[in-house]
Write a protein that binds this ligand. Structure first.
Ligand code: SF4
Ligand code: SF4
Ligand code: SF4
Length: 355
């Protein structure tokens, strides 16, 4: 029965409590969402030997085995020793001692990434490699943080709803002598991105640099190589989150920063969290910690000792907009909606069906 079980201790071990009393779901970390296929047999065996025979793909790219009874947790922890060693220590170079007690903490959540340029034609960076480097810096730690790495500003991994959303970008380089004025880049930028390119009277390209998102669609389409991906850089969104309390999208925090800046920032996360919590760890989501401290103080601590590249830009301040779900200000009975344009006898312009 659950009343005999220390739920918190098991949770720290990465076993999540089930609605079925006495059962738990193991979550195996997969930093960067990419591992050797040999590990599939590991999760399969856990699911079939100790779980309920089903497998769940975790929403944070973990490998989940539901339905593990409490009394099997010690056995499962022994079994996953080699997995943790192989994935976190050997693959991510995480500095941690691996014993038969399973995961030491659930604090820093699995670092997610899209497939990035390991496969995706739009990918600007190797996302899983960066995710593994971030894993080494934030795990193991009791301090909560959610990070996702996207290969380009498409943000398929939805970093924008993580504490930190890291996206690979490039400052595109234009070689005017190679340009034949075909206009393909103009169309591509308009169709896929922000429409910042135009053909000028000389049949060459003008660019509104302020709104270029560094996605690389122009370089991808250019038939002559007049556009090429320049320096590999990153943009970072901050403070995104889901949750019942006050979900919100992240806001643009850094742009055109190097990997060194990104990693320097994550290297300070644990120190920042410790300071913010007055060295008394408590369970608080990373984004809420930033809220508590305030943006300016957060920036001061998180970039301690970090040197910025010359192209780097950082938000002077950030004003997040919380999701409206708490206030429900804009949700009202249909009869109270105010419509414009032609309406039916009930005053509805789009004729919703109500009973
Ligand atoms: S975010 Fe970009 S690189 Fe990653 S999968 Fe999507 S399109 Fe590809
Ligand atoms: S796609 Fe390349 S060649 Fe064509 S207009 Fe753009 S830069 Fe010039
Ligand atoms: S990098 Fe993207 S946004 Fe910038 S010019 Fe090229 S297509 Fe447009």
């Amino acid at each position: 029965m659950n009343h005999d079980i220390d739920i918190k201790k098991v949770r720290v071990n990465c076993f999540r409590q089930s609605k079925v009393a006495g059962e738990f779901m193991l979550q195996l970390r997969v930093p960067g969402g990419l591992i050797d296929a040999k590990y599939l047999s590991v999760i399969q065996e856990i699911c079939q030997r100790w779980g309920n025979g089903t497998f769940h793909i975790g929403t944070r790219q973990t490998l989940n085995a539901p339905g593990i009874k409490y009394e099997y947790i010690d056995e499962v922890n022994k079994f996953i020793k080699d997995y943790i060693k192989g994935v976190d220590v050997e693959m991510c170079d995480v500095d941690m001692e691996v014993n038969e007690a399973g995961y030491p903490t659930i604090g820093a959540r699995n670092v997610m990434s899209c497939i990035g340029n390991a496969h995706c034609i739009k990918g600007n960076v190797n996302t899983y490699k960066l995710a593994r480097k971030i894993e080494k810096l934030v795990f193991p730690s009791h301090y909560h943080i959610k990070v996702a790495v996207a290969g380009c500003p498409n943000d398929c991994v939805k970093g924008n709803f993580n504490d930190f959303g890291v996206m690979g970008v490039h400052k595109q380089v234009y070689d005017i002598d190679r340009c034949i004025g075909c206009g393909s880049c103009v169309e591509a930028c308009e169709h896929h991105a922000t429409g910042v390119l135009s053909l000028n009277a000389q049949g060459k390209i003008d660019k509104d640099t302020c709104c270029c998102v560094g996605c690389g669609e122009c370089s991808l389409i250019c038939p002559t190589g007049a556009w090429s991906r320049g320096k590999q850089l990153y943009r970072v969104t901050l403070g995104g989150r889901t949750g019942k309390q006050n979900p919100r999208a992240g806001k643009l925090f850094l742009n055109w920063v190097t990997e060194d800046v990104v990693l320097g920032m994550f290297a300070n996360w644990q120190k920042f969290s410790a300071w913010a919590l007055d060295y008394k760890p408590e369970y608080l989501h990373g984004g809420h910690l930033i809220d508590r401290v305030g943006y300016k103080a957060f920036v001061k601590h998180i970039f301690e000792g970090v040197e910025f590249n010359p192209e780097a830009k950082m938000a002077d301040d950030i004003y997040w907009a919380e999701n409206e779900q708490r206030g429900n200000m804009h949700v009202m009975p249909l009869s109270q909606h105010k419509f414009a344009g032609p309406s039916d006898e009930r005053g509805y312009s789009f004729a919703p069906k109500t009973k």
